[in-house]
Design a protein around this ligand. Structure first.
Ligand SMILES: C[S@@+](CC[C@H](N)C(=O)[O-])C[C@H]1O[C@@H](n2cnc3c(N)ncnc32)[C@H](O)[C@@H]1O
Length: 247
């Protein structure tokens, strides 16, 4: 497949691209992030425990993980809440969701996690259904991000929260140069060897370079209605975690 236009992010093409790379998606994620993606998702799960001002006092009974892919974030949430929360994961890629379903079957978590195929911009849930919404490495790929953020807000209960993990750009000039080399040269090289669709990883680099800065993202999240939006970066600015609340 040819690299898709990262500015346009045509939903059908994005869905096809992720389904094409499904078989090796997890492997490449772990290899290209040097295993750090696992730690970053754990941080997101911990953040759902801080949705309230008093840590771990919120009763997160139901959590929706949007753009769940192969379900690693949903599984991490299940571990963090020790199976006491109902977790749903949605994604429009049939290929990735199927892998997620196999994982939860193998881990015997089918009664704790449900995966559905669905569009982040048009969630098929009633208003105020979830205590928390998470999205990891998904927002970058969504065609109409503001529309999706408003949907997340709509389905979240008053008092609930939103946690987003996304790639960012390191600030330090030297590290930024090294990282840019990694994105544009190393990642396409490794993906040529390991992936069925190296063009997908060119798209990855382009979306990262073009994604709003953490401060711009705060504004976008706020414009969808979320309050108290805060953020911090990890791994020298490679990724950022944003958090917001619904009053
Ligand atoms: C980079 S993957 C992230 C998957 C997973 N959250 C993770 O942490 O590995 C991005 C995911 O977003 C999904 N996606 C993009 N736009 C979407 C939309 N509008 N509705 C549902 N899923 C979408 C893709 O199918 C893909 O699984």
């Amino acid at each position: 497949m040819n690299s898709i236009d990262h500015k346009e992010r045509d939903a059908k093409k994005v869905e096809e691209m992720f389904s094409d790379i499904a078989a090796r998606y997890d492997l490449l994620n772990h290899v290209l992030s040097l295993g750090l993606d696992i730690r970053w998702r754990k941080r997101v799960a911990q953040e759902t425990g801080r949705c309230d001002s008093i840590p771990r006092k919120i009763n997160c009974q139901s959590i929706l993980d949007v753009c769940t892919g192969t379900g690693d974030m949903a599984i991490e949430l299940c571990k963090f809440w020790k199976g006491n929360a109902h977790i749903e994961g949605i994604d429009f890629s049939h290929g990735l969701i199927e892998i997620g379903r196999k994982k939860i079957k193998n881990a015997n978590l089918q009664d704790k996690i449900i995966f559905r195929e669905g569009d982040a911009e048009k969630l098929s849930y009633k208003n105020e259904q979830f205590d928390a919404i998470t999205i990891t490495f998904g927002l970058r790929n969504i065609n109409n991000r503001l529309k999706a953020l408003k949907e997340f807000y709509r389905v979240t209960k008053t008092g609930g929260c939103f946690v987003c993990l996304e790639f960012s750009q390191p600030k330090g000039p030297i590290f930024a140069k090294i990282y840019s080399f990694y994105l544009m040269i190393i990642i396409p090289f490794v993906s040529k060897i390991l992936s069925s669709d190296p063009a997908a990883y060119k798209y990855l680099g382009n979306t990262i370079r073009d994604f709003p800065s953490p401060v711009e993202l705060v504004k976008l999240i706020e414009s969808a209605g979320w309050r108290d939006v805060t953020h911090y970066t990890l791994a020298g600015g490679i990724v950022a975690i944003h958090r917001g609340r619904k009053y």
